[in-house]
Write a protein that binds this ligand. Structure first.
Ligand code: ADP
Ligand code: MG
Length: 354
């Protein structure tokens, strides 16, 4: 059993490539500020440069805490816990504007992904023990999944933005924002930084969600190492990022083994089982970190062929998809910004063109 095995090496690697030498938590002067903190169940690292860098950093940390308190379904007073607690009783639960905005985005990602991204996955996450602390991982029985799967249905999530409230229409339903909350938080931080004349920033919300603004110290875009999904000590390549965000989904982030079979935490809402589509990891790049986050989860669930079809029908994202057969597919929008290193480890790289 392993959980989040590579967070630190990848984080350090990203920092190194970004030309950052500050120790975690060290104060920095000269118009730049940096902090490592734990939020949304992961280790985050924020670096900001600009005349009001310190103020911007404090505001960003405050906003992360606020969003965490609203969106954490394991926090009894959070918006999401209150929404879940009223599932099926008819009550429209009054929610913060940010929570409503995010739930509306979840609904639209559900629709555009054909149901592959479904934030009402919580009951099935819990059946696997993925919703808790990681001490209770197990394979649920098919009978249990058969009862729970009808509860996974974002169409039964009513969001009434005008009234400032939402409800889950069936008893037993529950929302889990693990597949999008960090991306949404990154977008909110980018909005907030606009008020602070920020020159550049790297917002690393747990390595799998990173937003970059402006240029790194010394000039040029930020450089983000993408890990080899099969080995956290190695990198598939490096991605130049500026004015965009990336999100990576990989089965390696949370997994356990039972009877010699490995099960991971990205579930196919159709089967209730971990998605097995021959994808080891997928990194999505786009303007919106929330959309990139939702798409990385959805493309992982859908697999290479459907991922490619969706990309062809959209101009809002590009991706790097690492297949279990060793092929790394890169959509043409990233051709110039991605430097492939995977040939050293037996991977081959293919550019997908429109
Ligand atoms: P990471 O673990 O790096 O955040 P993801 O963005 O792919 O990776 O998020 C996985 C999380 O998304 C799971 O832990 C769970 O909370 C949630 N999730 C799992 N399957 C789905 C799905 N099909 N649709 C929406 N959310 C999902
Ligand atoms: Mg995601």
């Amino acid at each position: 059993m392993s959980s989040r095995p590579v967070l630190f090496p990848a984080l350090l690697c990203a920092a190194l490539l970004a030309g950052c030498s500050a120790a975690p938590g060290a104060p920095s002067g000269g118009g730049s500020a940096q902090r490592t903190l734990f939020a949304m169940d992961t280790l985050m690292n924020l670096q900001i440069t600009g005349p009001q860098a310190q103020e911007a950093l404090e505001a960003a940390v405050g906003e992360l805490g606020r969003l965490d308190r609203l969106l954490d379904r394991n926090e009894p007073e959070s918006d999401i816990s209150r929404l879940n607690a009223h599932a099926g009783d008819g009550t429209f639960v009054t929610l913060d504007g940010s929570t409503l905005e995010l739930l509306e985005l979840c609904r639209s990602c559900y629709e555009t992904s054909g149901g592959a991204f479904d934030c009402t996955i919580a009951p099935v996450m819990d059946a696997w023990g993925f919703g808790g602390t990681g001490e209770d991982y197990h394979v649920p029985s098919q009978a249990e999944l058969d009862v729970l799967l009808p509860l996974v249905d974002s169409a039964a999530l009513d969001v009434d933005a005008g009234m400032g409230s939402a409800r889950l229409t069936a008893s037993g339903m529950a929302v889990d924002l693990g597949g999008i909350a960090k991306g949404y938080a990154a977008d909110r931080l980018l909005d907030l930084l606009e008020d602070y004349e920020v020159d550049s920033a790297l917002l690393d919300l747990g390595t799998s969600t990173i937003a970059a603004l402006g240029e790194r110290d010394g000039g040029g875009p930020w450089r983000i190492a993408l890990r080899d999904p099969s080995d956290g000590e190695r990198q598939l390549g490096v991605l130049a990022l500026s004015g965009q965000a990336l999100s990576t989904s990989g089965g390696y982030e949370r997994q356990f083994e039972e009877n010699g079979v490995t099960y991971h935490h990205i579930l196919d809402p159709r089967t209730g089982y971990p998605a097995e589509t021959g994808v080891l990891s997928v990194t999505v790049v786009g303007e919106s970190a929330a959309v990139a986050d939702a798409w990385s989860t959805a493309l992982f669930v859908l697999g290479p062929e459907e991922a490619e079809a969706l990309w062809r029908g959209s101009d809002s994202f590009d991706y790097i998809l690492c297949r279990a057969d060793g092929q790394v597919q890169v959509t043409e929008g990233l051709e110039d910004s991605f430097t492939f290193w995977g040939d050293e480890y037996g991977y081959t790289c293919e550019i997908l063109r429109r």
